[in-house]
Design a binder for this molecule. Sequence first.
Ligand code: SF4
Length: 577
Amino acid sequence: MNRGQLLHIDLSAKTSETIERQDLFDKYIGGVGVASKLLLDNCPPNTPYEDSPIVFAIGPLNLFYPCCAKTVALFKSPLTGNLGESYAGGKLSMAMRVAGHDAIMITGKLDKPHYLLIQDDTVEFRNAHALWGLSTRATGRILKEKVPGEGRRSILRIGVAGENQVRYAMVVVDTIRHFGRLGLGCVMGAKKLKGIVVAGTQSHRVPLVKDYKTEFKKIHELVLRSGRMDKYDILGTAVNVLPLNELQALPTRNFSSFAFEGAEGISGERFADDVLVGKSSCVPCPIGCIHIAEARIQFNKKQRDYGTIYVPYDYELIFALGSNLGVGSTEGVLQLIERVDLRGLDAMSAGVVLGWMTEAYTKGFVTQEDLGGLAPRWGEVDAYLKMLDHIATPPNEFYTIAGQGVAALSEQYGGKELAVHFGGNEASGYHTGPANIVGHMVGIRHSHLDNAGYSIDQKTLSKSMTSEEIGKLIAEEDTWRTVLNSLVICLFARPVFTPDVVLDALKVLGEERTIDELKRIGEEVFHLRMRFKNQERFNLDNLSPPARLLERLSPHGRVERTLIDDILHHWRQTHNL
Ligand code: SF4
């Protein structure tokens, strides 16, 4: 089995070469492990984000087992100024595997808009002048026509938000998946890279075919019949809306409260009953966790101009563009999701920015003139649609700063106490308590997915833990998730991919590891990424939680700063930081 092939594309010189880097894959497994090392080695301190490399990487299990379907992208984040790390499903990891590339590193920048066509070992730089300014949907449609071969191909593209350097611009992957967080779309836009198509023709033999079939069947059964992933199949992550609302942990109206009176109207159950029309999957995954809704929309209020839109939804999008904006209808949420998708904006950051703008306007920090003549009110979808367009294509200075994130907005206009972000990354949809807050503060991406502090908080509602235990648990989760992200397994499948399953799965592909070795590598890769953050002026001594989350009650009551510091202390001790 081929492993360790790195495709290096230099945009400035318009050249490419394939390089054998088996050494990196042996040392760091793959995925985020290999990508972290490549980023550190190729991005000196203080490199502007437009000059930073973009590294895509897959791991040894991708395409061979169910749910091993993700690709990691590493880059310098324009939003936080340090590490950009994002994961997408769809068909990208399959396409990289059949094209023969375990990692793709893109350096330099173009002087005019292009898209890349990567077919096996060849790379074409194609003029994208006619695509510049088009939506992600129109771009995707055109790229599909230009590059036939759907089954073995993946298409990435940015929208106008990326072209216009919105710092939380995202990348659409195969229409229903995204590199959503931390601004990969902005980095691609700065490099004048409108899209990337990856296609391949290769096949791969596994060394122990008989054992492989048995192992595949075992994992397939665990995924489909053990009940460990049912939640994702049935209602999808939207199932979280009502339980979090009941816990009073569902961010509502810019995190000013955590119980939304309209939660029923945007619950996973309501979406399923009223608008769900289908489910889709990444390749290869038998779970259809990507829930797709249909909505009939009146495009023009003055005329009988109606149409149908098809939109994928999940919990984070529903919180950010639903409860956090006081929007309580499936139709309203779907319209907003579709708009961020077309413009190429990260839905979570965009929702938190719109929430801040609405509250900042009502409290007098910003004016109607700043807002381009708009007067946002909670729940008013039409105003939010226009504001999203303005963020993607700024008509004035205010919207240019809005495109830099909620930290930049509150720095410039005041209202820092209303700005809910961790290290510059807009917060995700949980106010469960202290572990969630610390988990976001110290998380490599400042994301709920780094260490799932929200899950620890929910467990400690019924079984109390000391701050030492919580700090240790967060650190251990950082490490194990780093292992899973080096294998680039979908994190929804973590209940299936226990350490024993991971070892067996690797073994039949010819890779013998031990649990201690995997954990040691996980810890090493965690430190590599922390090293990159530190070189870009991230400092663990200066962390501060969002004021709003300390002010407002969580299911654990008011979260005291002293408790946060205590958990942080134990987290640092566990990681030796
Ligand atoms: S569980 Fe969902 S996100 Fe994960 S690989 Fe399967 S379809 Fe993709």
